[in-house]
Write a new protein. Structure first.
Length: 136
C-alpha cells in the first residue's frame, strides 16, 4: 500500500529550495566579486555593458543554484527551478527598487525571463544527471 503523505516530500522540496537559493546567492556573490576585481584593474566598461554583464552573472548563478537544488532533490526539477528563479529575481528586483530607486523597464522583464529559464534549465539538468557507475 502506498503512502500518500506529502509531508516528507514537501519538507525535502523546501530543503532543496533553500540549498538552491543559497547556492545561487553564493555563486552570484563570487562572480560579482570577480567582476569588481576586474573593474578595479580596468575602467573600460560602460554602464550599458555592465547591465548585460550582470544579466550573464545572474544567469550563471541561478543556473548553478537550480542545478544544485535539482541534484539535492532528484525530482521536481521544473518546480524547483521556477521557485528558485522566482525567489532570486524577487530579491534582486526588490533590492534594486529600494536601494537605487530603479524603475521597472524592459531590462527588468528580460532579467525575469533569463533568470527563470536558466534556473529551470539548471534544475532539470540536475535532476536528470545520471549517477556514475563504479565498476570494481
Amino acid at each position: 500500500m502506498r503512502n500518500f503523505s506529502n509531508s516528507t516530500n514537501s519538507g525535502s522540496l523546501i530543503k532543496s529550495l533553500i540549498v538552491g537559493v543559497i547556492s545561487s546567492v553564493a555563486m552570484i556573490s563570487v562572480l560579482i566579486c570577480l567582476l569588481t576585481v576586474g573593474l578595479l584593474s580596468t575602467s573600460l566598461l560602460q554602464h550599458d555593458t555592465l547591465m548585460y554583464i550582470m544579466l550573464v552573472i545572474d544567469a550563471i548563478g541561478v543556473f548553478f543554484g537550480g542545478y544544485v537544488a535539482g541534484r539535492f532533490k532528484k525530482s521536481q526539477g521544473l518546480v524547483l527551478g521556477l521557485l528558485n528563479g522566482l525567489i532570486i529575481f524577487s530579491a534582486l528586483t526588490l533590492s534594486g527598487l529600494s536601494l537605487s530607486k530603479e524603475t521597472i523597464t524592459i531590462i527588468t522583464l528580460l532579467k525575469a525571463l533569463v533568470i527563470l529559464i536558466f534556473s529551470t534549465l539548471g534544475a532539470i539538468l540536475g535532476v536528470n544527471k545520471k549517477e556514475k557507475i563504479h565498476i570494481k
